[in-house]
Design a protein around this ligand. Structure first.
Ligand SMILES: *[C@@H]1O[C@H](CO)[C@@H](O)[C@H](O)[C@H]1NC(C)=O
Ligand SMILES: *[C@@H]1O[C@H](CO)[C@@H](O)[C@H](O)[C@H]1NC(C)=O
Ligand SMILES: *[C@@H]1O[C@H](CO)[C@@H](O)[C@H](O)[C@H]1NC(C)=O
Length: 802
């Protein structure tokens, strides 16, 4: 990637790709003015720098359910018509241990088809529940041709014990969300229980000690079209919490208003004696509020992750991280809110509303009933239980920690979340979120005092997945993502991608630090001694003192009259690049073309030979990324005569106009004024544009003999070979390329202008929605993938998509 290419036609194609690619990137950067800053670095699927481990088998698809064994050495995978166990003992590999086929028969598929379902899309058996039942067995439930079936699986031999129908334990519809949790061999589920998916139910199955299975009372609609996303146990209170969103009937003045909720039931509830027999006496629900000040709430819950409290803390310190979207969004937009178990408990012990069956209205309960929301009402009076039956909605909402979202993205539709806590080098605890976008990117977000940052973005699949699954093994440091093709293991950090102390510290990744002893960026598991980090401010100046290596110049031998293109890659999307050289003072600025991708192009003449340095600035810190010494190669004395004679003449003539240029002064200046860094992208663009045009006209005037040489020797990708093409004796003219680049830059500017115009148009005062692309064209999704596919897959060098 850091290679230099001289002028020949592949360069042109390369420039096209680079210029165009960068254009798109710039547009995206400009458009992202939401609260969450853009990812600092970004890796496409199968990037060499950020290695992922994939597991796939030709006949394994739709890995919709993932379950990590308690010792985190086995990953159980629920797929289409199969359940697998993978050995994930070594984090570098995933090895198939066992697989069991679990498909409906031909007749059952036909049945499904007769009921109006698509035999290949809807009628296979999609595994929707996979739980560790006890020390020896797993429990599984699958949609099974729209006729849910369940089974016990011996975790070792992987032999399966089929059971009869399993209505009520997982949905008929494979695309429907549900949740389940097993505790001491008992199964708690939240799902719909009918073919059409209209009857929601929360139940306990396999109840122990001969107590009855319990479900929701059906005399009232306790739930309204709920979409369940998660469940969690509070072992201290023996209560279970279910998370979902549903239609909020308490606001009957708004049609179809959805509300995020948490519902509770007591694990040992056995139902009442006469009233509420075999029905929960402990069911209650409360609204979950996720709202920025003066904004419409994020009211649709997409996923919920339970972060256990640190060792030794009370379970009341358990945190729930919810991904929310909004019913009123016109484009991709989402937020993360955190709820504390203590706050949920407080709301459930507070006051309740009661449902009036005559006028179908909710009203606040005037007197407090201490038994509402409590466990152990089994022997309560009928009077009390009748009150319980109709007073199951709390008066207050559960408010998030910090009273609002901790992350808001006006760019991304986050769908899944996993969270880990980590101890940084300074001994402080930091929280890292892994957010999976709808379009297949995993965003690693660090939470800091000054707000969240997207440390990196990793593409994990290319085809949008209708059903997504993600599991985090904090002890192994791996995020497992289920896709339609298999399972992908994403290491939570890959510190070696940061080559210098500067980059390591600027990354501000709580999981990475610069080791002063080993002189490399590495994970913190080897101890926190002598590790450099500056998570809150990225203070490179202080932290990396004495750690910066003085990199030598890269020698660029060139023949005169070739276009030299010096590449410089941004170390991160947040960096701005500046080229410096003493040539810039002595020569007209328009001899140098700075491309949007950061590269510098110019014609090699006796006066442009010299040193060029590319500097990156990020967070107020400047670092030399690349330093080149462009020098002339010894002029070849005897050369094999080439078939094209005119090339020779072009070559000779090209020297002439530059020979009058006065000798160079050795004054170092920065071409880009060091203030106003923010405006780098736009202003630079315009500069380049004008200078390029001038350059072009100069050439056409002074060099009428220059012709475009389109005799190609090969069209192979020059980017993949870092060697210098100008070492080859074959000479090429540059005019065509320059015109091409100019046109491209012109196009680029045009796109930019249009983009800016668009932004201007969309920027409405007081509205957070600040998107570049029109909301209903889904172009954001496509665009981000386009960038990733723009980078050529054969690139051997670490591919850092910026
Ligand atoms: C299964 O995967 C295919 C793509 O391979 C996708 O089209 C389909 O919607 C998936 N089905 C479910 C239930 O996830
Ligand atoms: C686990 O549950 C299965 C299914 O109910 C049962 O056959 C097995 O004996 C149980 N194992 C233990 C150790 O309780
Ligand atoms: C309810 O009453 C039964 C006997 O009538 C008793 O065995 C049981 O312990 C009581 N339950 C509670 C929670 O008090």
């Amino acid at each position: 990637m850091f290679g230099v290419s001289a002028a020949n036609s592949p360069v042109m194609m390369m420039l096209f790709r680079d210029v165009f690619g960068s254009c798109v990137v710039l547009l995206l950067l400009l458009s992202s003015t939401g609260s969450l800053p853009p990812p600092r670095t970004s890796f496409c699927l199968n990037s060499a720098a950020r290695r992922l481990v994939h597991f796939s088998l030709p006949d394994v698809h739709n890995t919709t359910t993932l379950l990590l064994s308690d010792d985190e050495s086995t990953l159980y995978v629920g797929a289409r018509n199969a359940i697998l166990s993978l050995d994930v003992g070594q984090s570098e590999a995933m090895r198939l241990k066992k697989k069991v086929q679990w498909s409906p028969s031909e007749v059952e598929i036909q049945d499904c088809q007769y009921k109006g379902k698509n035999p290949t899309v809807d009628c296979p058996n999609f595994v929707q529940v996979l739980q560790q039942l006890n020390s020896t067995h797993l429990y599984a439930c699958g949609s099974y041709a729209y006729n849910p079936h369940d089974a016990y699986i011996d975790a070792e031999s992987f032999s399966m014990v089929h059971r009869d129908g399993a209505k009520g334990r997982c949905p008929f519809n494979p695309f429907e969300r549900n949740t389940a949790v097993t505790i001491d061999g008992e199964l708690f589920t939240a799902t719909t229980v009918d073919f059409r998916g209209g009857k929601p139910q929360i139940s306990r199955y396999f109840s122990k000690d001969s107590r009855p299975d319990v479900s929701l009372d059906s005399s009232l609609n306790l739930l309204q079209e709920p979409k369940f996303v998660g469940s969690s146990l509070d072992p201290a209170d023996k209560k279970l919490y279910f998370f979902f969103s549903e239609v909020g009937k308490e606001f009957n003045f708004v049609d179809e208003l959805r509300i995020a909720r948490v519902a509770q039931v007591c694990k040992d509830d056995i139902g009442g004696q006469r009233t509420l027999q075999r029905k929960w006496t402990s069911f209650a629900k409360a609204p979950l509020l996720c709202q920025s000040p003066k904004q419409l709430p994020f009211n649709i819950l997409q996923d919920m992750f339970t972060l256990q409290p640190p060792e030794g803390s009370s379970t009341s310190e358990t945190l729930f991280y919810g991904v929310f979207t909004s019913q009123w969004s016109t484009g991709p937009e989402s937020a993360v809110c955190v709820f504390k178990l203590q706050d949920i408990k407080t709301v459930f012990t507070g006051s309740y509303r009661t449902f009036d069956m005559n006028n179908h209205q909710w009203s606040p309960l005037t007197e407090t009933h201490s038994y509402l929301g409590k466990c152990g009402l089994d022997n309560s009076s009928d009077f009390e239980l009748t009150e319980v039956k109709k007073s199951f909605l709390t008066s207050s909402s559960v408010k998030p920690v910090d009273d609002g979202p901790i992350v808001v993205s006006s760019e991304q539709q986050y769908k899944r979340v996993a969270v880990m806590r980590t101890q940084a080098a300074d001994g402080k605890q930091y929280t890292v979120l892994f957010l999976l976008t709808e379009s297949g990117f995993l965003h690693k977000v660090g939470l800091f005092n000054r707000g969240p940052r997207v440390i990196e973005e990793i593409q994990v699949f290319t085809q949008p997945q209708p059903v997504q699954s993600i599991v985090l093994s904090a002890s192994k440091g791996v995020v497992y993502v289920g896709t339609s093709e298999g399972v992908t293991a994403v290491p939570v950090a890959s510190c070696s991608i940061y080559p210098s102390c500067t980059q390591c510290v600027l990354a501000r990744d709580p999981l990475c630090g610069w080791s002063r002893t080993r002189k490399l960026c590495t994970g913190l598991d080897g101890g926190h001694e002598n590790m450099v980090q500056s998570l809150e401010d990225g203070n490179v100046e202080e932290e990396c003192r004495g750690e910066t290596k003085a990199g030598g110049d890269t020698e660029i031998p060139v023949s005169l009259n070739k276009v030299v293109r010096l590449q410089c890659e941004k170390p991160s999307t947040l960096a701005t690049l500046t080229w410096t050289s003493d040539r810039f003072t002595s020569l007209p600025e328009d001899l140098f073309i700075r491309s949007a991708d950061g590269s510098l192009s110019f014609l090699a003449t006796s006066s442009t030979l010299g040193t060029y340095r590319c500097e990156a600035e990020e967070g107020g810190y400047k670092e030399t990324v690349k330093s080149y010494n462009v020098r002339q190669i010894a002029p070849p004395r005897s050369r094999t005569p080439k078939p094209k004679n005119d090339e020779q003449s072009v070559h000779e003539s090209k020297d002439e106009p530059f020979e009058e240029i006065p000798t160079l002064q050795t004054v170092t200046t920065v071409m880009q004024p060091s203030g106003d860094k923010e405006d780098f992208d736009t202003t630079d663009k315009e500069d380049t544009f004008t200078t390029t045009l001038k350059h072009e006209t100069d050439f056409s005037k002074e060099n009428p003999r220059i012709e475009t040489d389109d005799s190609l020797t090969s069209r192979t990708d020059t980017r993949s070979s870092p060697d210098l093409s100008n070492d080859t004796p074959k000479e090429k003219s540059y005019y065509g390329e320059l015109v091409g680049v100019s046109i491209l830059l012109a196009i680029c500017i045009l796109i930019m202008m249009l983009g800016l115009l668009q932004i201007g148009r969309q920027r409405k005062p007081g509205l957070k929605l600040d998107r570049l692309f029109s909301p209903d064209d889904d172009s954001k999704t496509n665009k981000s993938m386009e960038i990733c596919s723009l980078s050529s897959p054969e690139d051997g060098a670490p591919e850092l998509k910026v």
